[in-house]
Ligand binder design. Structure first.
Ligand code: ZN
Length: 435
């Protein structure tokens, strides 16, 4: 078990209140901070670039925004919480605005009166403020009151920023690990995903010489960033079969769960369940559905990547979701560290899921010739019901180039880790070869 709790806590606090959106300097700043953890490449996709059916929007930056009452008091202040401003709001300065002219641009949640909701208006030029229902009742209760509205934002032909890190392993076959960087001042959705991804990458880099697969980490704004990345890396992305979309994985209250990949029977789903079972964690299974995160793009017809997500307080499922209550009280570094360890265990299984071919398919291999037959019969591996000899015999029986190591491990009821450790001699003695 690795322990990055202190670092996770440090970066949670450092990154939390940055005003991320789908474009803008705040996203660059976030990616630059992540470069302290891992050697991320920062990619820029220009405004106006066509990416499949979409177009990269103008870059948006927000400097300030507030509403003052007639006494000149700021009753809403972007500088206190960037959730107060609807993301992608147009610039505006208006005085003497009556409440009824303003109301349709104010967003609050009556059922969660202390929470500021999170709202965006990326593709519809608009403006708006979000506030708690308590503040709404306190400051917006007089129809005759007049307000001054100020929104200092800028749209320009700029670019959409994304981060990428490729970690090559022994083979070029890749796994995708994706998270999104477009949410301001919310911790579970999805600063949790950003940090778990970054520290996963850090761990894989540490053990890079051992990796059987290569890993493609991407940090993109949700939807448009994932689409832009697919469009710009189509060939590589079409080679990938499995991935992880890391999001909402650090909630402090709810149960662990996972969203299944689009093909229910895909091994990535069983592997996630194995990890939960091995850790005695009771979990919720969320079947694939068409909503959700960037698996919507990666699993689309052209790509069909089977992506799973381990969640703790999954998006849509907790009441603090998309509000100011998804904060640093809700997400704890020790929970993130636990999730990080679960993902590492999952990746360890995924990494070892390779294909071998027995070079002696006609009848049995004469094991004693290769010193592979145990000198004394009957010895069993500690904690495993199948003997070392049986693992070798079954492996040779099933290794036809089309049956994965994970499938074999399931057939003989040993973990993929034990199986992998026990076929090393077969590789060294050139009896099996990796496909
Ligand atoms: Zn979200």
């Amino acid at each position: 078990m690795i322990d990055y709790t202190k670092d996770l806590d440090f970066y949670l606090k450092k990154l939390f209140s940055i005003n991320r959106s789908i474009t803008g300097d705040a996203n660059r700043q976030t990616l630059k901070i992540l470069q302290d953890i891992i050697p991320l490449n920062i990619l820029e996709y220009k405004s106006g670039e066509k990416v499949y059916d979409w177009t990269i929007p103008d870059e948006w930056n927000a400097r300030d925004a507030w509403i003052k009452n007639s006494k000149g008091e700021k009753v809403i202040d972007f500088k206190k919480s960037n959730l107060h401003l609807v993301s992608y709001s147009i610039p505006l300065h208006k005085k003497n605005i009556k409440l009824n002219e303003l109301k349709s641009n104010l967003h609050f949640l009556q059922n969660l009166p202390s929470a500021i909701p999170y709202r965006t208006s990326y593709y519809n030029k608009n403006w708006g403020f979000c506030l708690s229902y308590n503040d709404f009742k306190k400051f917006f209760n007089d129809d005759d009151e007049e307000y001054e509205i100020f929104i200092d934002t800028e749209f320009k032909k700029g670019s959409l920023s994304s981060g990428e890190l490729l970690i090559p392993g022994k083979t070029k076959q890749e796994y995708l690990i994706s998270c999104y960087i477009c949410h301001p001042s919310m911790a579970n959705d999805s600063l949790s995903g950003i940090l778990v991804s970054a520290f996963l990458a850090k761990e894989l880099l540490k053990n890079q010489s051992q990796l059987e697969h290569s890993y493609r980490f991407i940090f993109v704004p949700e939807t448009i960033g994932a689409i832009a990345y697919c469009a710009n890396n189509e060939k590589a992305m079409k080679q990938i079969k499995n991935g992880l979309v890391i999001t909402t994985c650090g909630g402090g209250y709810g149960k662990y769960g996972y969203k299944q990949s689009w093909q229910k029977e895909n091994c990535i789903n069983t592997m996630v369940e194995d990890v939960f079972v091995e850790n005695n964690i009771d979990f919720i299974t969320y079947p694939f559905d068409i909503h959700g995160s960037d698996e919507r793009q990666y699993s689309s017809q052209g790509f069909r990547i089977n992506c799973a997500s381990i969640t703790k307080d999954k998006y849509y499922e907790y009441k603090e979701y998309h509000t100011s209550l998804d904060n640093l009280d809700f997400v704890k570094a020790n929970v993130l560290n636990q999730t990080l360890n679960l993902y590492l265990q999952l990746i360890n299984k995924m990494d070892k899921n390779i294909y071998f071919k027995n070079l002696y398919p006609n009848c049995e291999v004469m094991l004693s010739k290769y010193d592979l037959y145990p000198k004394t019969g009957g010895a069993q591996l500690p904690g495993v019901k199948v003997s070392a000899l049986d693992i070798i015999l079954y492996s040779l029986f099933y290794m036809d180039g089309n049956t994965s190591l994970y499938e074999i491990s399931k057939k003989i009821s040993v973990s993929i880790e034990v199986l992998f450790a026990n076929i090393k001699d077969l590789i060294e003695k050139n009896i099996i070869v990796r496909i």
